[in-house]
Design a binder for this molecule. Structure first.
Ligand code: PGA
Length: 261
């Protein structure tokens, strides 16, 4: 087994309201416990909309569930006149362990730049939240620059905001693979994730690079997760669509059952 604890993260995007989130997290916990999932072998986190976080926190605390949760975005600022933004201080007050930063949908629909993303990474670390930094190339980038150049350049800037000694998670998500049903091959994904680990080593040192979990995201399903998890530099998955299907997501979490089959 790899020294890094595998991490399966469900990015719900703009799906499931606070009542639905409670039902989902409760059922996920039951399904995994019925299947005797050992959380030491794969950490599980969900990333619900902001309005669900308080409900998820209450449930997780009340039932002592071994499921982590995170926000889908964070403001670069701590407070002030930033209508519609959510501060890291507010997320931390809800025991939010992680936050997704720089998802391609934020980059594409909200014009987030690499510099803003670095600012958000810094904000997460200021508040003791672990950023899940998303990078990935579009189909056009892939054609023009090959697979690694754009994600590597994005990560270089984003890590400029990281606080030395604080954890980060990196998610490699080729934009063309997100929601398309067309996942990268495990080989392609491994190559890019290896290049991303080199960037982490350069900027944060070898020890951090060896300890940092790098996820693959983009059309991950129970039928392809095992292939990704067999790769040396892939330590988990950021799952979108399939994270909304209970049995499917639970089966992805239990990927070790299908590795080698
Ligand atoms: P997908 O989304 O699994 O639906 O492709 C992944 C993501 O956007 O994080």
């Amino acid at each position: 087994m790899k020294a890094r604890t595998p991490f399966i993260a469900g990015n719900w995007k703009m799906n499931l309201d606070h009542l639905q989130s409670i039902a989902f997290v409760q059922k996920l916990a039951w399904t995994l416990s019925d299947a005797r999932h050992d959380f030491a072998t794969a950490e599980v986190a969900v990333f619900p909309p902001f309005t669900d976080l308080r409900s998820v926190q209450t449930l997780v605390n009340a039932d002592d569930l071994p499921i982590a949760y995170g926000g889908q975005d964070i403001s670069e600022h701590d407070n002030g006149a930033y209508t519609g933004e959510i501060s890291g201080a507010f997320l931390k007050a809800l025991d939010t362990k992680y936050v997704v930063i720089g998802h391609s949908e934020r980059r594409q629909y909200h014009g987030e730049t690499d510099e803003q993303i670095a600012g958000k990474v810094a904000a997460a670390h200021r508040h003791g939240i672990i950023p899940v930094i998303c990078v990935g190339e579009t189909a056009e980038d892939l054609e023009t620059h090959g697979p690694s150049a754009v994600p590597v350049a994005q990560l270089r800037v984003a890590l400029g905001g990281a606080l030395k000694g604080s954890d980060v998670v990196v998610a490699y998500e080729p934009v063309w693979a997100i929601g398309s049903g067309q996942a990268a091959t495990s080989d392609q994904a491994q190559q890019v994730c290896a290049a991303l680990r080199v960037v982490i080593a350069e900027l944060l040192g070898d020890d951090v690079a060896q300890a940092t979990r790098i996820l693959y995201g983009g059309s991950v399903k129970s039928s392809n997760i095992a292939g990704f998890m067999r790769e040396t530099d892939i330590d988990g998955a950021l799952v979108g669509g399939a994270s909304l299907q209970l049995e499917e997501f639970a089966s992805i979490v239990r990927f070790q059952k299908h590795v080698g089959t």
